[in-house]
Design a protein around this ligand. Sequence first.
Ligand code: ADP
Ligand code: G3P
Length: 509
Amino acid sequence: MTDAHTAGPFIAAIDQGTTSSRCIVFDKDGRIVSVDQKEHEQIFPKPGWVEHNATEIWNNVQEVVAGAIEKGGITAADVKAVGITNQRETTLLWDKNTGEPVHNAIVWQDTRTDALCRELGRNVGQDRFRRETGLPLASYFSGPKVRWMLDNIEGLRERAERGDILFGTMDSWVIWNLTGGVNGGRHVTDVTNASRTMLMNLHTMEWDEKIAQSMEVPMEVLPEIRSSAEVYGEVKEGVLAGVPVASALGDQQAALFGQTCFSEGEAKSTYGTGTFLLMNTGSKIINSYSGLVTTVGYKIGDEAPVYSLEGSIAVTGALVQWMRDQMGLINSAPEIETLAASVEDNGGAYFVPAFSGLFAPYWRSDARGVIAGLTRYVTKAHIARAVLEATAWQTREITDAMTKDSGVELTALKVDGGMTSNNLLMQTLSDFLDVPVVRPMVAETTCLGAAYAAGLAVGFWPDTDALRANWRRAAEWTPHMDAAKRDHEYKFWLKAVERTMGWLEHDDS
Ligand SMILES: Nc1ncnc2c1ncn2[C@@H]1O[C@H](COP(=O)(O)OP(=O)(O)O)[C@@H](O)[C@H]1O
Ligand SMILES: O=P(O)(O)OC[C@H](O)CO
């Protein structure tokens, strides 16, 4: 990977993601110098439960950092800062005296707190949480996951109230360990990650004591909330010893930053396991009435926070994985494009992948997946096409909601993530949204965003204008679809979505 012409200094970024951890080293032009990556185990103890082993993750993080530095042929002296980005909401509690997690991390996709969320809705009220935290009451977010651990692990609540237990999303876990762990590690998080816990007040950017009380989470466990771009401490040991840890952003916010969406109204959509479309709303906290999430986009040092509206889709790339691993209809993810391109259209089939219920804009945990419109005419190629169209239609629902909530008509969409290598999908997306879809040269926008924020914090880049100058277009798709055809098919998609709802009855989940 190392480019003979690439000279230091550099910024390193660690992306602790849902399926893997990776470390990427960037140069001043935002070009990739070296990469290392390692997957971790996905643990499914019961239907709907998803866990990660946080010790395995920390070991992997150390390994990929060492790997990227070695592959780049560089030393800590060449690295001016390290930035952190991470899968959001995934929740961990650990003992501050031993550094041992008290339980596996409960992953964002985990639905075990469904019943608890319904109970909180009845006792405290949906609106209360949305008003203060910007989030709908859903098992996706961290607060209910913390409560679940405190309620279900014997003696944990007493240990937490004594001050022996620390809570963190994966950014906090990685930063605490990097900066020394039991030997003085910094227990911090940034505003973007804190905004996904359901415990931070969006208006004050501080933990909301009353919300924490309703959630029965003791304040003692919570990390200090800091900005997304500032020095939290130094790496204590390993190949990066002495390097400042200078940024933290949830991965979707990091992608917004890496795509240089610094102006109000600019948006990006990241196509991975799930899809997350974020629009910069500047200093405005826009309350969503259309099923979006109001969240923090980023905060650079002492500057005012930048907010955003987010449409979160739980299953997009995961549906392609399902076609490969569970159905065996393709051998690799890219094969879905060849199969789908072998037919003209979806043959009348619509696939709504409500595998974990539906996130935005519906927030319905009672929904389950359906394939609608089946006849004997439909082949596996039509289903493959419906799979790709599902990602594009789900995005269309989000952009419609964005326009309603923000009043901003999207004029183009910046995209990134693993699924964007699929040309047919990108063309379909442009057709369904009726706007151009553009992909940047550096597709690793998540790591790039974390690197940019860390670089700003230590003066490696002077300002966001310098970062904008690094953004280069690699590909663009423009819409070609007849409007009447699009409207007709959208109607069928929405009908198929309706058929997923209410599949689970109250006691089934
Ligand atoms: N050519 C492709 N067509 C459709 N889906 C793809 C393609 N290549 C990868 N994917 C999907 O993209 C996802 C991986 O993208 P990535 O950005 O690495 O995700 P994550 O960061 O969530 O792990 C997988 O779910 C995979 O099924
Ligand atoms: O790790 P990813 O890329 O699947 O992203 C997960 C999101 O942060 C969940 O909110």
